[in-house]
Design a protein around this ligand. Structure first.
Ligand SMILES: NC(=O)c1ccc[n+]([C@@H]2O[C@H](COP(=O)([O-])OP(=O)(O)OC[C@H]3O[C@@H](n4cnc5c(N)ncnc54)[C@H](OP(=O)(O)O)[C@@H]3O)[C@@H](O)[C@H]2O)c1
Length: 433
């Protein structure tokens, strides 16, 4: 039995996760194993990372065979699942984890699949004590962290009654790239997932146990409140998963508050409040660029959705499964997300404004995602006693409801990620960049 097993260790992101775990500063405090369907490919990973099976057990798993999945899941306390598209391959793994009471994290950015998992397995996970946390990569940890930490800063200034009105995240992606696995996941969403399912998972609070107020509508041009000089941006597809995860965190905190009404202090502390709205966009250098980006992005997305030959052509020019950014791209990429969160007005009509930043050094989608998901798994393996109360009951959770401050601290200690949050006092516009 190992603490953590990585499923899909021969894939592009699986290999990065294996490398991160193998050289982790806490390496002597945990054990991990690697699982893949091809033993010869797995041997290549062991050779590449200079690992020995005496130290890191190797497992064979084909996720189309339930007996394989059940056998490998029973060999670990925490499962990291990198085998996507999750709509196609993920459910058997979550089922096995829930059945055997194991903890689970993955890298999905597919809200249509997460909706199914919640429907089928949330209650069973609560019963078995299994902590299931989808979306533990770039989708959707940074967004979830920013709303969570902004709420804490807001309350540290305005007191427990301060609640969020609008939380806006502005993404700056330096040298972002795409892997073959991610592209195949996008194609699966376009070709295999019924349109009604996609539409249902795109509605506000589609993953939340409680419905809240509608978020601002998608548009061609965004701007970051309280920014001088102005920060403009365009619609970006990552918001589809990120908004759902942030809204599920909001809903799970609301539900916990309602169930916990005897503990008024705890209730007020975690609640984002009844008016909570969330939006995000990708930063562009001017308003004109933002509108142009939104237009071109929508046109490309439309062509991909509507025309098979366009998808065929895109497959030819995109990386194949197993491929991804080069080592140089991994090291030189960057991420900076600035979040501005505004409170609902207090009894005197005053608002509080908070600025929070999530900054990463390295390719956002892959290097940073491999660090983030590994730290989520390590939080489950090593920090169980100090995880938030919601987490201890199990269920299908979100990164912030499952890990809260424990994960933020782990990300900071990775040396690749900074998270900061401060007050922009009062309502006067302040410089944010
Ligand atoms: N949301 C985020 O921030 C984020 C970031 C990174 C990745 N991702 C997602 O993570 C997933 C993986 O991406 P990737 O680029 O690492 O993909 P990849 O390189 O294609 O790797 C996929 C892995 O799944 C394995 N696999 C496929 N079918 C299998 C089966 N039936 N049984 C067992 N193993 C099977 C492959 O094994 P073989 O080697 O034998 O083919 C490979 O190890 C994708 O869904 C991607 O979208 C998300």
């Amino acid at each position: 039995m190992v603490d953590i097993v990585v499923l899909g260790a021969t894939g592009y992101t699986g290999r990065l996760i294996a490398r991160y775990l193998a050289t982790h500063p806490q390496r002597s405090s945990f054990t991990f194993g690697l699982a893949a369907r091809s033993q010869s490919a797995l041997e290549g990973v062991f050779r590449g990372l200079n690992l020995s099976t005496d130290d890191v057990p190797a497992f064979t798993v084909d996720v189309t065979k339930p007996s394989d999945v059940s056998a490998v899941v029973q060999q670990a306390r925490v499962v990291i699942n990198t085998i996507g598209p999750y709509w196609r391959w993920g459910t058997s793994v979550v089922r096995a984890c829930v059945h055997h009471g194991k903890h689970y994290v993955d890298l999905t950015g597919e809200p249509h699949w997460v909706k199914d998992i919640i429907f089928e397995l949330d209650y069973a996970a609560l019963k078995s004590g299994s902590i299931v946390v989808p979306c533990c990569g770039l989708d959707s940890v940074p967004s979830d962290v920013l709303a969570f930490i902004a709420n804490k800063t807001l309350k540290s200034f305005g007191g427990p009654s301060a609640t969020i009105d609008l939380s806006t995240s502005a993404w700056e992606l330096g040298g972002a790239s795409i892997s073959g696995g991610t592209f195949s996941t996008i194609l699966t969403a376009l070709e295999d997932v019924p349109k009604q399912t996609m539409l249902a998972s795109g509605r506000d609070f589609a993953l939340s146990p409680v419905k809240g107020p509608r978020s601002p509508r998608p548009r061609m041009l965004y701007n970051l409140p309280y920014s001088d000089p102005p920060v403009y941006g365009a619609w970006y597809f990552m918001v589809l998963a990120n908004r759902q995860v942030v809204q599920r965190s909001w809903g799970l905190f609301e539900l916990a508050c309602r169930a916990n009404h005897h503990d008024v202090a705890a209730v007020a502390q975690s609640s984002y409040g009844p008016n909570f709205k969330y939006e995000e966009f990708v930063v562009q250098r001017s308003a004109l660029y933002a509108v142009m980006y939104s237009t071109i992005f929508s046109a490309i997305a439309g062509l991909l959705v509507l025309f098979l030959p366009v998808r065929w052509f895109a497959q030819r020019i995109m990386p194949s499964p197993g491929e991804g950014p080069s080592e140089k791209q991994l090291q030189t990429g960057s991420l900076e997300i600035t979040n501005i969160t505004t409170s609902s007005p207090n009894s005197k009509g005053e608002k509080i404004v908070v600025r929070s930043i999530f900054r990463g050094r390295g390719d956002p989608g892959y290097l940073l995602s491999s660090i983030i998901i590994s730290e989520c798994a390590l939080a489950l393996a090593l920090d169980g006693a100090t995880l938030p109360q919601i987490s201890k009951s199990g269920g299908v959770l979100t990164p912030m409801t499952a890990f809260g401050d424990i994960l933020i601290e782990r990300l900071r200690r990775s040396g690749r990620i900074d998270v900061e949050s401060e007050l922009l006092v009062g309502t006067e516009p302040r410089k944010t960049r």
